[in-house]
Design a protein around this ligand. Structure first.
Ligand code: DLL
Length: 432
């Protein structure tokens, strides 16, 4: 099922022509209306009239989160506030938040792109969708909401939190699709089990999850527990919110809405493009945004492009699931480690629960890492010998996956805080 079949199956040649035209008009827009970009382009002697091909984009400077923060709140807007009809902001966990705006047209585009992602994930007008993303400055709730209404589904704007109520609504309103973060989906699934509700008595068919990294093992766990088909979708507020990319039912990479976003993958150190299909940092240029266009925005998200074609028939390039952010990467004894790699190992070991926390501390000059993992009740109260065996197994598997040794601590079920939004997996004591 496609939302816009003609657009989603456009040929590469036509797409590139469209991207180039849209890039030119975006560059004109930012040059005319955003002093930051005009100054930058002038300093570098860039004449935007000279853009002959999509590759010429490499001559343009990158835009970083810091550039956006420096222009808090409205300095990067390309239209007067009078034309802005919606304002959102990123959570700003790592400093000042970034404020983003949308014109009426931007909202139309946004809901349309979210409708594509939802349709690719199996949603139709016959679905009853429970949106358990936070509604507010976060783009998740409202972003998905208008796309779901556009598809014509019945939308339950429940927002996140109050898990027992989520489940009651799910039962009473006959919810067929759940939309939230993967960690919240897992918490809902566990609560359903604890309440003794038979999952087959629910009506759930699909789950569309995003806004944080999750592993294939976690997908399997959620699919099994909720008896649904779960797809991954990606976006970020600086670029739009949800709707940038989403998986189809093949569940093998996320189709990027390339007619609206031009993507590059770069080596975050050299800033040069990586070889096709290699992992690097995703860089995005918006092609149609009016209020808040971004040029070569460094997302900090690590992924790789999948150049082969997809069985679903969509022609848009896929990206692999985002493995993590460059700023979440831990460097342990000189080795780069992502929380998602640790998650992958933990999910595969019998006796562990899918809840974990990674605590990073510094001992002398070295980073010291402890993985806290919940274990099932029977093991926790079991004899020491069994506990030790499990701990050794986890240590061994982590060492072989990561290439370095970490400490492991088994903790009782439910002792790690649950998340109703984006899970916080890493506790960094080094900064305190
Ligand atoms: O999380 C937008 C969103 C809402 C996407 C709902 C999907 C669904 P921000 O709060 O600005 O926006 O956070 C963006 O979250 O740069 C990634 O690091 C991470 N992220 C988002 N989606 C995924 C995903 C929204 N599917 C930041 N997999 C991004 C991994 C993701 N990480």
């Amino acid at each position: 099922m496609f939302w816009e079949p003609d657009k989603e199956t456009i040929s590469r040649e036509e797409l590139e022509q469209l991207q180039l035209e849209r890039l030119e008009s975006t560059l004109n827009r930012v040059y005319m209306n955003v002093p930051f970009y005009r100054r930058r382009f002038d300093e570098l002697g860039i004449n935007i009239e000279d853009m002959q091909s999509l590759d010429d984009i490499r001559r343009l400077p990158f835009t970083t989160k810091n550039d956006l923060r420096d222009h808090y709140p409205y300095g990067m807007f390309a239209v007067p506030l009078r034309e802005v009809v919606r304002i959102h902001a990123s959570s700003g966990t790592t400093g000042m938040s970034t404020v983003v705006g949308y014109t009426k047209n931007d909202l139309k585009t946004w809901s349309n792109l979210v409708a594509r992602v939802l349709t690719a994930g199996g949603i139709t007008k016959d679905d009853v969708i429970q949106i358990a993303f936070g509604y507010g400055l976060f783009t998740g709730g409202f972003g998905i909401h208008y796309g779901a209404e556009k598809v014509g589904a019945s939308v339950i704007p429940i927002s996140s939190g109050n898990t027992a109520r989520q489940i009651k609504i799910m039962q009473d309103f006959k919810t067929t699709a759940l939309i939230c973060t993967p960690s919240y989906a897992l918490m809902i699934a566990d609560t359903i089990m604890e309440m003794g509700i038979n999952i087959n008595s629910l009506y759930l068919k699909y789950g569309l999850f995003g806004a944080e990294p999750w592993s294939e093992a976690m997908r399997n766990e959620i699919q099994d527990k909720l008896k649904i088909v779960a797809t991954d979708n990606y976006g970020l507020s600086e670029v739009m919110g949800p709707g940038v990319a989403g998986e189809c039912l093949e569940r093998n990479g996320l189709h990027i809405n390339e007619d609206h976003f031009l993507v590059e993958v770069i080596n975050p150190e050299t800033l040069e493009p990586v070889a096709p299909g290699e992992t690097g940092e995703l860089v995005i240029t918006t092609l149609t945004k009016e209020a808040f266009p971004v040029i070569r925005f460094r997302t900090r998200d690590l992924t790789r492009l999948i150049p082969s074609s997809c069985a679903c028939g969509r022609k848009f390039m896929r990206m692999n699931r985002v493995m993590g952010r460059t700023d979440d990467m831990l460097i342990i004894k000189g080795v780069n480690v992502f929380p998602s790699q640790i998650e992958h190992v933990l999910f595969e070991i019998e006796g562990t629960e899918p809840h974990y926390e990674i605590i990073v501390d510094r001992k002398g000059a070295l980073d010291d890492v402890t993985v806290k993992v919940e274990v099932s009740e029977s093991i926790f109260f079991d004899e020491m010998k069994k506990q030790n065996e499990l701990m050794e197994t986890i240590k061994r598997r982590l060492a072989s996956e990561l290439g370095i040794g970490v400490n492991v601590k088994l903790v009782e079920k439910k002792s790690i805080e649950r998340s109703e939004g984006k899970a916080k997996r890493v506790i960094d004591l080094r900064k305190i």
